[in-house]
Design a protein around this ligand. Sequence first.
Ligand code: AMP
Ligand code: MN
Ligand code: MN
Ligand code: MN
Length: 281
Amino acid sequence: MDLHTHSAVSDGTDSPAGVARTAHSARIAGFALTDHDTTAGWADASAAAQELGLTFIPGIEVSTRFRGRSVHMLAYWINPSENTALAHRLHAVRESRRKRAQKMVERIAADFPITWDSVCELAAARGAGPRSIGRPHIADALIAAGSVGTRDEAFGAILTPDSPYYVPYDAIDSVEAIALIAQAGGVSVGAHLLSGGRGDHGAEASGIRDLLDAGLCGLEVDHREHAEPERTVLRTMAAHAGAVITGGSDYHGSGKPNRIGENLTSPDQLEALYSRASTTQ
Ligand code: AMP
Ligand code: MN
Ligand code: MN
Ligand code: MN
């Protein structure tokens, strides 16, 4: 099972059903759809997965902050109701994302030929609303305008946190997110916490231990941005804390080189993770 994928509902490029078709072509048993801060792709992905005989796990990648750093937190089997405290906080995060993206585009538009409307149109053509717009969509608008050649180039030059165009957005405190996910019946897994080269991204080892103490259920160990030494550190910490270890591709369609199924979660770890959910799904 690939426990980390994105559709065009956030910053991937395949439709949710398209992610299911890609998973089927890659001959994996199933996948979790983990779009950033939204569950909007679940229904379509789940229906397509069922038709193709794949296991579908409802997931999300929540934008959180811990000690001044951006921490991505995967969650699975959360209650899909709009009435959980988690759903309310996610709504606020998405609204903050929209305001932030709009501000960034306004700053960039002073120097490059893009507009907020052009970014929204591009995202909408793939099925993402303005509240799901992230830097990858701005990168795509810059590519369409001929200002850069690739998303990577846009991230390197214009969209990095140290650029004058960068604007942060409100994310949920990581410890609060762990509690909100548990309250919503789900399980929390720290995503690519030791990926280097992402600026203010990820957590220190001591921070990871504190998050495990706060109830983080698992650590994403097998991810392309973790080399073997990082994987070993994370595996050891998970073993100490009795936490689950997962793997996922972080597939984004054509938006990133990550191929679906390139990292997987073993059936026993998946079962251990599921046993910690208090879901009725
Ligand atoms: P945001 O959440 O809007 O700040 O944008 C961060 C997202 O950009 C992450 O979820 C990554 O998927 C994506 N990202 C980061 N670096 C790159 C890159 N070099 N190329 C393509 N996508 C990237
Ligand atoms: Mn992404
Ligand atoms: Mn992430
Ligand atoms: Mn991701």
